[in-house]
Design a protein around this ligand. Sequence first.
Ligand SMILES: Cc1cc2nc3c(=O)[nH]c(=O)nc-3n(C[C@H](O)[C@H](O)[C@H](O)COP(=O)(O)O)c2cc1C
Length: 219
Amino acid sequence: MRIFAFAASLRSASLNQKLIQLASRLAAQFGAEIDLARFHEFDMPLYDGDEDLAHGLPEGARRLKQRIEGAAALMIAVPEYNYSIPGTLKNAIDWVSRARPMPWRGRAVYLLSTAPSPVGGIRGLWQTRIPLEGCGAIVFPDMFALPHGNTAFDERGMLREAASFERLVREVRGFVRFAEAVEPLCCSPPPEADAKRRAQEIAAALEDESELQPGTAQT
Ligand SMILES: Cc1cc2nc3c(=O)[nH]c(=O)nc-3n(C[C@H](O)[C@H](O)[C@H](O)COP(=O)(O)O)c2cc1C
């Protein structure tokens, strides 16, 4: 199963780029094939309805659309800007949403963020879910927000804190399982006989991996 991954930052020293590199290495260990991009590969103008009508998607948005279509799932590390989604990413989502068939539809998406702040960008991730879900993406319930991103990585790009690393490993493993289970929604219709088994796999992947509530053994 192929996952397209990028950090929505144009900064050469991006902390979110470090985070997506680490998440990509982990996803590869869990069996995913990774297509890792830099956000600069998709530079594009601000959305303009007149341009859209006259010429369709600009070059950068077309490249992004093609990379999305080449994968069954996405992992996106998103900086938090003013408690919200960076305008650059929202603009890219808007342009790509003009393509038909809708490229986001049915694709599993895992959202991550890091920031120097103690909350690690979680507020921006909640804002990022909205346009993606509006476009039909299946956004994984767990989101990884890494606080103190400026000191969290060691020189090899690993996380210094064991508890954070273990949480990332668990979430990435859960996402890869989830993305495999929902892959037929975007990429190939499941044979009739598989539909029930798939539904059970999706429920199990969500149940086993989500940290929403402690297991009954711990309550
Ligand atoms: C316009 C702007 C707004 C920002 N707003 C927030 C914010 O709301 N919360 C936060 O934790 N950090 C905020 N930051 C700091 C970023 O989290 C920090 O620059 C981070 O390193 C950006 O991600 P990157 O390293 O991947 O580029 C903001 C930075 C900029 C430039």
